[in-house]
Each structure stands twice: as structure tokens, then as C-alpha cells.
Design a protein. Structure first.
Length: 151
């Protein structure tokens, strides 16, 4: 019998109405995946419609917040595959349209889409050793999701 893996995002609702969303791929430093993106949007939708949720805190498990897209996704895309159904996904700007306060608790590496998500939160707090990177141009990528404007 195979055990179900832990969800890619953990949730915890505190007694005072704070929904804690923890990116949960510490073995990959919480690198972003399609499954994570789908669950991220679903959890924000649930939190928006749950009257018990007064605010959301987004953080990462382990030593990193989110260093960006998982390299397996980027490798597949660079080989010409379409690993990401971009025509079927909502925009990655969900925290910006969320009607309740969203806090990024950045606990380590924060780059790429992780950097985007942190910037889209209403406020960010970071540990002293946190590293932020907007390395899109160095990787030959477009700064997606309007991050150059948000930054």
C-alpha cells in the first residue's frame, strides 16, 4: 500500500482567523509546480469565501520560501514540451485580488515565481538571511505576471 504524499501546500486556520498557507516541498526548497499552482488558487478561493478567515499568511516549509519554478518544469519547457497548460490556468496574481490581508513570511530563498508571489502580498516580513532575486533577464526569461511593474 502506497501512502499519499503530504499536500504541496499545508493549511492551518488559527483560532483568531489567520489562515497559514505553507508551501510544502522542503526537499525541493518549495520549488513551484503545476500541482502547487492549482492548489494555491483553490486555497485562496476557499479562504475568500470562509467567513472565519480574516487574513492569510504565506510561508515555506524548511529553509526556503520558494526559489521559483521547479527546474523539471523549466527543463521540459526549454525542450519544446508544453508541461504547463497556460490557457487553462487563472492568472498568478491571486494575492493581489484577494479581499483580505495577505502577508508573506519569507523564511529563506525567494526568487522567480516565489518572488512574484511575495511581491503580490500586501506586506512582507523576512528573516535576516532571506535572499530575494529577480533573475529573469539573467536566465533569458520574461518577467511574467507584471512583476517588473509590481517591483
Amino acid at each position: 500500500m502506497t501512502e499519499n504524499p503530504a499536500p504541496e501546500i499545508l493549511t492551518d486556520l488559527t483560532d483568531d482567523g489567520v489562515m497559514l498557507l505553507t508551501l510544502n516541498r522542503p526537499e525541493r526548497h518549495n520549488a513551484w509546480t503545476l500541482e502547487m499552482e492549482l492548489l494555491f488558487n483553490e486555497l485562496f478561493d476557499r479562504a475568500e469565501h470562509d467567513p472565519r478567515v480574516r487574513a492569510v499568511v504565506l510561508t515555506g516549509a524548511g529553509r526556503s520560501f520558494c526559489p521559483g519554478m521547479d527546474m523539471s518544469v523549466l527543463d521540459a519547457a526549454s525542450s519544446g514540451a508544453r508541461p504547463w497548460p497556460t490557457d487553462q490556468l487563472p492568472p498568478r496574481t491571486r494575492p493581489m485580488s484577494f479581499p483580505k490581508p495577505v502577508v508573506a513570511a519569507v523564511n529563506g530563498a525567494c526568487a522567480g515565481i516565489g518572488f512574484n508571489q511575495a511581491l503580490m502580498c500586501d506586506v512582507r516580513f523576512a528573516v535576516p538571511h532571506a535572499k530575494f532575486a529577480a533573475a529573469f533577464s539573467a536566465r533569458g526569461l520574461v518577467a511574467e505576471d507584471g512583476v517588473s511593474w509590481i517591483l
